[in-house]
Write a protein of this length. Structure first.
Length: 209
Protein backbone atom coordinates (compact mmCIF):
# COMPACT_ATOMS: atom_id res chain seq x y z
CA UNK A 1 0.00 0.00 0.00
CA UNK A 2 1.43 3.35 -1.09
CA UNK A 3 -1.04 5.62 0.65
CA UNK A 4 -4.51 7.17 0.42
CA UNK A 5 -5.59 9.48 -2.40
CA UNK A 6 -7.73 12.62 -2.19
CA UNK A 7 -10.91 10.50 -2.43
CA UNK A 8 -9.88 8.24 0.49
CA UNK A 9 -9.05 5.35 -1.81
CA UNK A 10 -6.11 3.04 -1.17
CA UNK A 11 -3.24 3.41 -3.63
CA UNK A 12 -1.67 0.00 -4.18
CA UNK A 13 1.42 -1.25 -5.98
CA UNK A 14 1.31 -4.29 -8.24
CA UNK A 15 2.93 -7.52 -7.07
CA UNK A 16 3.80 -9.85 -9.97
CA UNK A 17 2.99 -13.51 -9.62
CA UNK A 18 0.16 -15.94 -8.98
CA UNK A 19 -1.82 -16.77 -5.88
CA UNK A 20 -3.11 -20.13 -4.68
CA UNK A 21 -6.82 -20.21 -5.41
CA UNK A 22 -7.24 -23.85 -6.43
CA UNK A 23 -6.79 -27.03 -4.42
CA UNK A 24 -4.82 -29.14 -4.22
CA UNK A 25 -1.92 -26.75 -4.37
CA UNK A 26 0.91 -27.44 -6.83
CA UNK A 27 3.81 -29.48 -5.47
CA UNK A 28 6.29 -26.62 -5.80
CA UNK A 29 4.55 -24.95 -2.85
CA UNK A 30 6.17 -27.58 -0.62
CA UNK A 31 9.73 -27.35 -1.95
CA UNK A 32 12.36 -26.80 0.75
CA UNK A 33 13.79 -23.79 -1.07
CA UNK A 34 10.45 -21.98 -0.90
CA UNK A 35 10.02 -22.89 2.77
CA UNK A 36 13.40 -21.31 3.52
CA UNK A 37 12.63 -18.22 1.44
CA UNK A 38 9.30 -17.72 3.24
CA UNK A 39 10.93 -18.22 6.67
CA UNK A 40 13.54 -15.62 5.77
CA UNK A 41 10.81 -13.20 4.66
CA UNK A 42 8.93 -13.58 7.94
CA UNK A 43 12.08 -13.02 9.98
CA UNK A 44 12.97 -9.96 7.90
CA UNK A 45 9.48 -8.55 8.46
CA UNK A 46 9.72 -9.06 12.21
CA UNK A 47 13.03 -7.20 12.26
CA UNK A 48 11.59 -4.39 10.15
CA UNK A 49 8.77 -3.74 12.65
CA UNK A 50 10.78 -4.38 15.81
CA UNK A 51 10.92 -0.67 16.68
CA UNK A 52 7.49 0.25 15.31
CA UNK A 53 5.57 1.10 18.50
CA UNK A 54 1.97 2.18 17.91
CA UNK A 55 -0.12 2.30 21.06
CA UNK A 56 -2.72 0.02 19.52
CA UNK A 57 -2.78 -2.32 16.55
CA UNK A 58 -6.04 -2.15 14.63
CA UNK A 59 -7.46 -4.50 12.02
CA UNK A 60 -10.87 -5.62 10.82
CA UNK A 61 -10.92 -7.98 13.81
CA UNK A 62 -10.65 -5.19 16.33
CA UNK A 63 -7.96 -3.43 18.33
CA UNK A 64 -5.06 -4.75 20.43
CA UNK A 65 -2.84 -2.86 22.85
CA UNK A 66 0.82 -3.33 21.94
CA UNK A 67 2.48 -4.60 25.10
CA UNK A 68 6.19 -4.71 25.90
CA UNK A 69 7.94 -7.47 23.99
CA UNK A 70 5.26 -7.53 21.31
CA UNK A 71 5.35 -6.55 17.66
CA UNK A 72 2.77 -6.07 14.94
CA UNK A 73 2.22 -9.66 13.77
CA UNK A 74 0.92 -10.48 10.31
CA UNK A 75 -1.29 -13.09 11.99
CA UNK A 76 -2.04 -14.98 8.76
CA UNK A 77 1.34 -15.65 7.10
CA UNK A 78 0.38 -18.70 5.05
CA UNK A 79 0.85 -19.81 1.43
CA UNK A 80 -2.70 -18.77 0.56
CA UNK A 81 -1.75 -15.18 1.42
CA UNK A 82 1.35 -15.02 -0.77
CA UNK A 83 2.18 -14.33 -4.40
CA UNK A 84 4.62 -16.50 -6.33
CA UNK A 85 6.49 -16.42 -9.59
CA UNK A 86 8.41 -19.40 -10.96
CA UNK A 87 8.22 -21.07 -7.56
CA UNK A 88 9.66 -18.02 -5.79
CA UNK A 89 7.94 -15.83 -3.21
CA UNK A 90 7.23 -12.37 -4.63
CA UNK A 91 4.96 -10.84 -2.01
CA UNK A 92 2.86 -11.27 1.12
CA UNK A 93 -0.78 -10.24 0.98
CA UNK A 94 -3.83 -9.72 3.19
CA UNK A 95 -2.69 -7.56 6.07
CA UNK A 96 -6.24 -7.08 7.29
CA UNK A 97 -5.96 -9.24 10.42
CA UNK A 98 -2.71 -7.92 11.91
CA UNK A 99 -2.50 -8.13 15.68
CA UNK A 100 -0.23 -7.33 18.59
CA UNK A 101 1.75 -10.38 19.66
CA UNK A 102 5.15 -11.89 20.24
CA UNK A 103 7.02 -12.93 17.12
CA UNK A 104 6.72 -16.55 18.24
CA UNK A 105 3.00 -16.37 17.45
CA UNK A 106 3.68 -15.61 13.79
CA UNK A 107 6.42 -18.26 13.69
CA UNK A 108 4.10 -20.91 15.11
CA UNK A 109 1.33 -19.97 12.67
CA UNK A 110 3.89 -20.06 9.87
CA UNK A 111 4.97 -23.58 10.84
CA UNK A 112 1.36 -24.76 10.99
CA UNK A 113 0.71 -23.76 7.40
CA UNK A 114 4.11 -24.08 5.73
CA UNK A 115 5.53 -27.29 7.22
CA UNK A 116 2.55 -28.01 7.31
CA UNK A 117 1.28 -29.46 10.57
CA UNK A 118 -2.27 -30.14 9.46
CA UNK A 119 -3.82 -33.59 9.77
CA UNK A 120 -3.34 -35.84 6.73
CA UNK A 121 -5.67 -34.88 3.88
CA UNK A 122 -5.90 -35.01 0.08
CA UNK A 123 -3.02 -32.98 -1.31
CA UNK A 124 -0.68 -33.85 1.56
CA UNK A 125 0.06 -37.41 0.53
CA UNK A 126 3.71 -36.44 -0.04
CA UNK A 127 4.23 -35.51 3.60
CA UNK A 128 5.40 -38.44 5.69
CA UNK A 129 5.49 -38.19 9.46
CA UNK A 130 9.33 -37.84 9.50
CA UNK A 131 8.99 -34.90 7.12
CA UNK A 132 7.22 -32.84 9.79
CA UNK A 133 10.12 -32.50 12.26
CA UNK A 134 12.63 -32.17 9.41
CA UNK A 135 10.76 -29.29 7.76
CA UNK A 136 9.93 -27.71 11.12
CA UNK A 137 13.64 -27.60 11.98
CA UNK A 138 14.47 -26.22 8.53
CA UNK A 139 11.97 -23.39 9.01
CA UNK A 140 13.04 -22.68 12.60
CA UNK A 141 16.76 -22.72 11.79
CA UNK A 142 16.26 -20.45 8.79
CA UNK A 143 14.15 -18.00 10.78
CA UNK A 144 16.64 -17.91 13.66
CA UNK A 145 19.62 -17.59 11.32
CA UNK A 146 18.04 -14.72 9.41
CA UNK A 147 17.11 -12.95 12.65
CA UNK A 148 20.57 -13.35 14.16
CA UNK A 149 22.34 -12.31 10.96
CA UNK A 150 20.28 -9.15 10.62
CA UNK A 151 20.52 -8.32 14.31
CA UNK A 152 24.31 -8.53 14.03
CA UNK A 153 24.24 -6.16 11.07
CA UNK A 154 21.80 -3.73 12.65
CA UNK A 155 23.15 -3.71 16.19
CA UNK A 156 25.62 -0.97 15.30
CA UNK A 157 22.67 1.13 14.12
CA UNK A 158 20.88 0.97 17.45
CA UNK A 159 17.98 -1.20 16.29
CA UNK A 160 15.96 -2.98 18.96
CA UNK A 161 16.16 -6.80 19.02
CA UNK A 162 13.03 -8.84 18.43
CA UNK A 163 11.54 -10.59 21.44
CA UNK A 164 10.91 -14.25 20.66
CA UNK A 165 9.07 -15.25 23.81
CA UNK A 166 5.78 -17.09 23.98
CA UNK A 167 2.56 -15.52 22.74
CA UNK A 168 -0.51 -14.51 24.68
CA UNK A 169 -3.32 -16.97 24.43
CA UNK A 170 -5.81 -14.46 23.06
CA UNK A 171 -4.67 -14.20 19.45
CA UNK A 172 -7.12 -14.40 16.61
CA UNK A 173 -6.92 -16.98 13.84
CA UNK A 174 -9.23 -16.80 10.85
CA UNK A 175 -8.32 -19.73 8.60
CA UNK A 176 -7.22 -23.20 9.60
CA UNK A 177 -7.34 -25.53 6.61
CA UNK A 178 -4.34 -26.39 4.48
CA UNK A 179 -4.80 -25.50 0.84
CA UNK A 180 -8.21 -23.96 1.40
CA UNK A 181 -9.71 -20.65 2.44
CA UNK A 182 -12.64 -22.35 4.16
CA UNK A 183 -12.95 -21.74 7.86
CA UNK A 184 -11.99 -24.65 10.06
CA UNK A 185 -14.80 -26.93 11.12
CA UNK A 186 -14.68 -28.37 14.65
CA UNK A 187 -14.04 -31.80 13.16
CA UNK A 188 -11.15 -30.61 10.97
CA UNK A 189 -9.60 -28.67 13.80
CA UNK A 190 -9.97 -31.61 16.18
CA UNK A 191 -8.20 -33.90 13.70
CA UNK A 192 -5.36 -31.40 13.37
CA UNK A 193 -4.96 -31.11 17.15
CA UNK A 194 -4.94 -34.89 17.48
CA UNK A 195 -2.32 -35.15 14.74
CA UNK A 196 -0.07 -32.57 16.40
CA UNK A 197 -0.47 -34.34 19.75
CA UNK A 198 0.61 -37.62 18.13
CA UNK A 199 3.72 -36.18 16.50
CA UNK A 200 4.47 -33.68 19.28
CA UNK A 201 7.24 -35.75 20.92
CA UNK A 202 9.13 -36.05 17.62
CA UNK A 203 8.75 -32.31 16.96
CA UNK A 204 10.05 -31.38 20.41
CA UNK A 205 12.93 -33.83 20.14
CA UNK A 206 13.95 -32.44 16.75
CA UNK A 207 13.89 -28.84 17.97
CA UNK A 208 16.07 -29.71 20.97
CA UNK A 209 18.89 -31.14 18.84
Amino acid sequence: MLGIDERSREVLSFIPGVTLNRVPWPQWVWHDALLKQAAEALAAYHLAVADFRPITVESRLGSDLLDDGEIVCHNDFAPYNCAFRNGQLTGVLDWDVVCAGRSAWDVAFFAWHWVPLHAPSPGLEWRTVPECPRRLCLAADTNASTTQRNLSISSSRGSKPVDVGSSKGRRRVTRHSCGSRKAATPRRLRRTLEFIADIGPSLRAALRR
